[in-house]
Write a protein that binds this ligand. Structure first.
Ligand SMILES: [Zn+2]
Length: 422
């Protein structure tokens, strides 16, 4: 069904936007320009329209572990809390965990996410009636065991082959890290991705320990150098979550290979990853940068507006330069044409011919008043709860903060988490 969104404010102008087959087909400031016979109307009530948000790195079902094991170091948190809980996850746990994460993302204005978690088929199923755009990466995490890698690789290839991919739903491969993946699986992934033209997603240079151990185990090579020596980056699109503990040489390799650095400021600070994200240096080297929430267990929410604010504050605080990472820059890491181009979700712009992917922000929210600079308000003042409507691929996924079926999702996810963890 065609959709007319009337009365939205874009760059201080009142506009009406007509959407046909998921694409913006007409924009006008005059309602009488629209004379199509049949369409649904959403009244924007002069609220503010922005491009939808993109989450560059997350582990969706970890919403079930929200608040379960806070204030711990990365290693003991993983070993004592997360890994034992993950080992007990059932098919239905994955499914309702995924749906809870999708609901939370929608409620916060996120229309695309780059996923890394077990049981990706359950996510494909969860997306059936909550149709966000997504990159679903099959997780190959062999724990340095080649036999385990071979089993996972077989299933990964099958998943990539069998799934009905589309412009909305894309598939890739997730490797956990240089410390949880064998050389065998890392090499295989680099080669397979090159041949099949699928992207790769990995945690990279998150902690000092990771770099230390990698140098010790792989002839003095840093995690970036080690992956480079395995041709992991070569002619591939690689999304490198964290990208914290890197030297000049590492950043040169990232730049030469157009590796995307995914910044996860809240997770980094929460587990005390200990390094300052080298935003300025990465930017100077032309390395593409996007923002991500990481999993809710180490965040503890999926609110990208909050993530943008914290990213900007962290840069200023650590550098002593208040001009570093402006509100506009922070917003551009998670919304609009930069992430849209990087993840191939469209143009990320509000113009004729673009995919209809946008959020409408409540102008009556106190955090949006006064409105000298709407982007500044959005990054520094607003939160995800100020998003009124989310339109993704021309579909209204949230209208007036209501998402279809949310009560069922909340009660099932709550019951699953309680049965799992108490
Ligand atoms: Zn992660």
């Amino acid at each position: 069904m065609d959709l007319l969104i009337k009365n939205v404010s874009y760059n201080n102008k009142k506009l009406h936007i007509f959407i046909r087959e998921g694409v913006i087909s007409q924009i006008s400031d005059n309602l009488s320009d629209f004379n199509m016979p049949l369409y649904t109307i959403l009244d924007g009530d002069d609220n503010y329209i922005f491009p939808m948000l993109h989450n560059g790195h997350t582990h969706s079902p970890m919403v079930l572990f929200r608040g379960y094991g806070d204030d711990m170091g990365l290693e003991s948190w993983l070993k004592n809390r997360i890994w034992p809980a993950e080992a007990r996850l059932s098919e239905e746990d994955y499914f309702w965990g995924n749906r809870l994460a999708l609901l939370e993302m929608i409620k916060n204005g996120t229309g695309f996410f780059n996923e890394m978690y077990m049981n990706p088929r359950s996510m494909v199923r969860a997306l059936d009636d909550l149709p966000l755009k997504a990159l679903i990466n099959y997780p190959v995490i062999d724990g340095m065991d080649e036999d385990r890698a071979k089993v996972q690789i077989r299933d990964c290839s099958q998943f990539i082959e069998e799934t009905n991919w589309s412009a909305r739903l894309k598939g890739g491969i997730a490797l956990h890290s240089v410390y949880a993946n064998s050389e065998y699986s890392l090499k295989w992934a680099g080669k397979y991705a090159r041949e099949r033209k699928v992207p790769l997603h990995i945690h990279l240079a998150e902690t000092e320990q990771e770099v230390f151990n990698c140098r010790r185990n792989h002839r003095g090579r840093s995690p970036v150098e080690y992956l480079d020596s395995l041709d992991f980056f070569k002619d591939n699109r690689v999304y490198a979550a964290h990208s914290l503990w890197m030297n000049e040489r590492d950043m040169e390799i990232m730049g030469d290979n157009d590796v995307v650095a995914v910044h996860n400021p809240v997770s980094n600070m929460k587990v005390a990853a200990g390094a300052f994200f080298p935003y300025e240096k990465l930017k100077d080297k032309g390395i593409p940068i996007v923002i991500g929430s990481d999993g809710a267990a180490s965040n503890n929410n999926l609110d990208l507006l909050e993530e943008m604010k914290i990213a900007a504050l962290m840069q200023k605080h650590h550098s002593g330069n208040p001009g570093l990472m402006t509100a506009e820059e922070a917003f551009s890491l998670g919304s609009g044409d930069i992430p849209a181009g990087i993840f191939g979700t469209g143009t990320g712009r509000i113009e004729v011919g673009s995919d209809a992917d946008f959020i409408i922000i409540n102008r009556k929210s106190p955090s949006m008043v006064p409105s000298f600079n709407r982007t500044s308000n959005l990054v520094y003042s607003a939160s995800g709860s100020d998003v009124l409507h989310l339109i993704c691929g021309g579909k209204v996924l949230m209208e007036n903060r209501v998402v279809e079926g949310e009560d069922v999702i909340l009660s099932n996810a709550r019951a699953r988490a309680e049965a799992l963890l108490t």
